[in-house]
Write a protein that binds this ligand. Structure first.
Ligand code: FAD
Length: 459
């Protein structure tokens, strides 16, 4: 059997392994821990163990393991599968296929979304203020159930070799052909094919191999913004129609694209630790609830010359925000941000909306994020408030920074093979996806590409 090394045991890597089962000798290498060894950040406050990798982002199951586990069942949300399939029907079929595997390992029933009339009404309301509501079929696994699903998935992949707590530092490439990987401990592992699926946390690794081996890649846009937290009752009329509602808005002053993303109904805001800087994210549990609902409100940024490197730009924003927050996420009341005043701890304490994240610095978001992004957020929230009254109330909490890095985007062909022969790419870290369903789907596509190269006829 030909040997395939998969860098990263997240959704992209695991779905690729699923597809390769029985047809290849598979090794999955992850710098994080095995699924049963990862700490749930909701149970333990400290997430970064002494191994210097973050348990939220790293380990078998990847970032999806402790995610809210909302499966957005669309090929054009969290990526665009048509770019590779060139066929809408094939893309939807791929989403259905990936979804069926999540269901096989325990994903629950689809969410009961609103009826057609309610959805149409919401679309109309959004359109009337210049926004767009995107209707998405969804499943909600829940942060507290996702690890068990991943464990069943991993057990199913028993014939694959899992190497955990091991970082891949480089690929072995000679004459524009990939022949394996180099590990942090100095070992070299040879293989016929390598699939790079290192997630957002692997952005540095991707940058490094792109530079060193001259792999064709481009800088993908990044999303920079904040996480909004409001009383759940404010969002209820919308979250009963769609648990993770997506609104797209073009802002007035700059004509920038802002959107809602990753809504956690009655959920919790969490801190993400990237080592040199911090960020925020959200969790939604199946059995544990808060009185608030949170969602990301983010601005899409693409840069042109002289600085195209969006990752570097995003990191510098995140570092500034981390410095201003003294190493903790900044929290500010919407009213204070609007009036150009810093929120103090006393103000946050007496605020009617209580923060679900306890480890924060009461501060001033406008000191942490570029002016243009702050303007976009304020204008965008005012539009959203017309669709969801109360969302831009003075008491609304704003957490910063929320940054979605998509790293370099490998230039790939329809098989997801890079400009280096036998080197394939999938998932968020390769810039090819931005959510679990799309990451998983690109894993399947890359595996099928590898199988084709092995001589298997696949769809
Ligand atoms: C808190 C949180 C909530 C989220 N909520 C949702 C949600 O509700 N719905 C949704 O669809 N998406 C959600 N996401 C995003 C989702 O988790 C990702 O889109 C998805 O996990 C991407 O899959 P991936 O396989 O590309 O990468 P990842 O899941 O990031 O996995 C990559 C793996 O590669 C490993 N790795 C990286 N570099 C190396 C290296 N050099 N050597 C060895 N191993 C390496 C990492 O340790 C990691 O385990 C959330 C993310 C977070 C962090």
């Amino acid at each position: 059997m030909q040997r395939v090394i998969i860098v990263g045991g997240g959704p992209a890597g695991m779905f690729a392994a699923y597809e390769l089962l029985g047809k290849a000798d598979i090794t999955i290498i992850d710098k994080g821990k095995d699924i049963t060894k990862r700490y749930c950040p909701m149970e333990r406050k400290r997430v970064c163990a002494k191994c210097n990798v973050c348990d939220i982002m790293c380990g078998i199951g990847g970032a999806g393991t402790f995610s809210d586990g909302t499966l957005n069942l669309r090929p054009d949300i969290g990526g665009d599968l048509n770019e590779f399939t060139h066929d809408d029907e094939l893309s939807w079929a791929l989403v259905d296929y990936v979804d069926s595997i999540y269901v096989k390992f325990g994903a629950p029933e689809k969410n009961k979304n609103g009826n057609e009339r309610e959805i149409e009404e919401l679309k109309r309301k959004a359109a009337s203020v210049g926004a767009r509501f995107i209707d998405i079929p969804q499943r909600h696994i829940g942060t507290d159930y996702a690890p068990a699903l991943i464990k069943r998935f991993k057990d199913f992949l028993e014939e694959a070799h899992f190497i955990v707590n091991t970082e891949v530092t480089d690929i072995i490439a000679e004459n524009n052909r990939c022949a394996g990987v180099k590990l942090a401990d100095g070992r070299e592992l040879k293989s016929d094919f390598v699939l790079v699926a290192p997630g957002r946390v692997g952005a540095d690794f991707v940058d490094k191999i792109v530079e060193k081996h001259g792999i064709k890649a481009e800088h993908a846009p990044i999303d920079v913004g904040v996480r909004i937290e409001v009383p759940a009752i404010v969002m209820d009329p919308i979250t009963t129609i769609n648990r993770d509602p997506k609104f797209h808005i073009m802002t007035k002053s700059y004509d920038d694209f802002v959107r809602t993303f990753c809504t956690n109904e009655k959920g919790f805001v969490v801190k993400e630790d990237y080592g040199e800087f911090i960020g925020v994210n959200g969790h939604g549990m199946k059995d544990k609830f808060s009185e608030n609902t949170n969602f990301a409100f983010i601005d899409r940024i693409k840069l042109t010359e002289p600085l195209e490197n969006t990752t570097r730009y995003g990191i510098s924003i995140a570092k500034l925000a981390t410095t201003i927050g003294g190493g903790k996420p900044i929290v500010q009341r919407m009213g204070d941000l609007r009036r150009g005043r810093r929120s103090t701890s006393a103000k946050i304490e007496s605020n009617t909306v209580k923060p679900t994240l306890k480890d924060f610095t009461a501060g001033d978001v406008s000191m942490a994020l570029p002016h243009r992004i702050v303007v976009d957020i304020l204008e965008g929230l005012d539009v959203l408030d017309k669709i969801i009254p109360g969302v831009a109330a003075d008491s609304t909490l704003i957490y910063a920074p929320e940054i979605k890095f998509y790293a370099r985007r490998f230039v790939v062909d329809d098989n997801l093979e890079t400009s280096i022969e036998n080197l394939f790419a999938a998932g968020d870290g390769s810039g090819l996806s931005r959510d679990m369903i799309n990451a998983s789907a690109t894993g399947v596509l890359a595996a099928r590409g590898i199988l084709r190269r092995m001589g298997y006829g696949t769809k």
